[in-house]
Design a protein around this ligand. Structure first.
Ligand SMILES: C[S@@+](CC[C@H](N)C(=O)[O-])C[C@H]1O[C@@H](n2cnc3c(N)ncnc32)[C@H](O)[C@@H]1O
Length: 236
């Protein structure tokens, strides 16, 4: 399934997240040994949100990054959580902070926002799922105001070092087994490691961002090199 592109990939991804929505957060915490929340904290720190700004969390799922943004900067003018899987957002909306987020049915490949709407855009574990990576970056660039920031958290193909066998074991056996036991959807939790291995290496992803038009592009690796956080800015 990881080899699907375009709208076929979109339909597959949407159906998969609809099935696992109710258990998504629990599996996430277990899969990352609880570190996913610390990574989201780092994403929000890099986004440098300020009072009165407009903030979009794209591929928001159950809204963890949108909530973290609001917690860090409660007086944002707007915090939008956008996703094309309504069931994921429904789970998020039913949580206490869900009321402050503006939930928006949003396809990352066709953002339903005018040019230069947002001061900052974050995404967590979105970009390796999209059917057309360049288009997803171009859409984010379009809706950012000049000088606006983009911060992207995702997994990155594991490095070839002494940890590689352990990372492979975690991805091939631990994640699919946890996913099957907790959600009953073993195919979904095979797809996730497959897309991690097949995704662009962090340096190549940064190059793609530069090619699309972002400047000041940097990235840092996290969680033993299995995750990367990319930062970029729309030129002024
Ligand atoms: C792995 S979840 C991540 C959710 C959340 N950002 C987090 O950090 O936990 C990926 C989310 O991206 C969404 N997604 C994937 N492709 C998308 C697209 N083309 N447009 C909008 N949302 C998309 C899925 O519906 C899903 O909710």
């Amino acid at each position: 399934m990881a080899q699907l592109t375009g709208s076929q990939r979109g339909a597959y991804v949407q159906a998969m997240f609809t099935r696992i929505a109710h258990r998504y957060d629990l599996v996430n915490r277990l899969m990352t040994f609880g570190q996913d929340q610390a990574l989201r904290g780092r994403v929000i720190a890099l986004a440098e949100l300020k009072a009165g700004e407009r903030f979009l969390d794209l591929g928001t799922g159950t809204g963890d990054l949108a909530f973290a943004g609001l917690q860090a900067t409660p007086d944002l003018a707007q915090a939008v959580g956008g996703d094309f899987t309504l069931e994921m957002m429904r789970v998020g909306r039913n949580r206490a902070p869900g009321r402050r987020v503006r939930w928006s049915a949003t396809d990352a490949l066709n953002l339903p926002f005018p040019d230069q709407t947002f001061d900052a855009i974050t995404s967590g574990y979105l970009m390796r799922n999209v059917g057309d990576l360049d288009r997803a970056w171009a859409e984010q660039l379009r809706v950012l105001r000049p000088g606006g920031r983009v911060v992207c958290l995702d997994t990155t193909p594991p490095a070839r070092n002494w940890l590689a066998p352990f990372v492979r074991f975690h991805m091939r056996f631990v994640i699919p087994t946890l996913g099957r036991l907790i959600t009953g959807a073993s195919d979904a939790y095979k797809y996730l490691p497959e897309t991690s291995v097949g995704f662009l290496e962090a340096g190549a992803l940064a190059d793609r961002m530069r090619r699309i038009g972002f400047e000041a592009v940097t990235f840092e690796r996290a969680m033993l090199g299995t995750h990367a956080i990319h930062f970029g800015r729309r030129p002024r």
